[in-house]
Design a protein around this ligand. Sequence first.
Ligand code: ZN
Length: 155
Amino acid sequence: MKRFRSSTGPKFTSSFTKAPSTQQCQKCLQYGHYTYECKGGRVYNARPTRTQQLHKPTKRIQVEVPEEFLSKKGLAAKILKEKEEERQRKKEEKDKKRNKKKRRRRQCIVFIFRIITRTKLEQEQQHQQSILQLVSFVAIVVQLALEIAFAHFSS
Ligand SMILES: [Zn+2]
């Protein structure tokens, strides 16, 4: 244990001492080895200071917004209007259907009414005809009676 204390590196020698290719050395900033294995020299990575970063105008993130959401003002009104329109459309459709049903019902009623009136008319006509027949029968009987009476009186 004593010989490892003074130096960096693995405490135990194992079979996988090789660094993966994603491992970056913090000394030379190369990949593929650990820092304690580094044989390269120290490199300086120049980065912008915080002040420089703050002075640099940052690019604003542009979020793609659908056009309907761009004008916040009329959004609620727009949605309400659309809903109202849809409701109106549905109502009109319903009314149309109802009207169709009504018309059909009315046609049916008219048809039945016609049949009833026709039968009534026919009945009336038949009635009149029977009355006429009765009247003509009575007339014939009266005529016969009169003829008989005349014959009786004349003889
Ligand atoms: Zn290195």
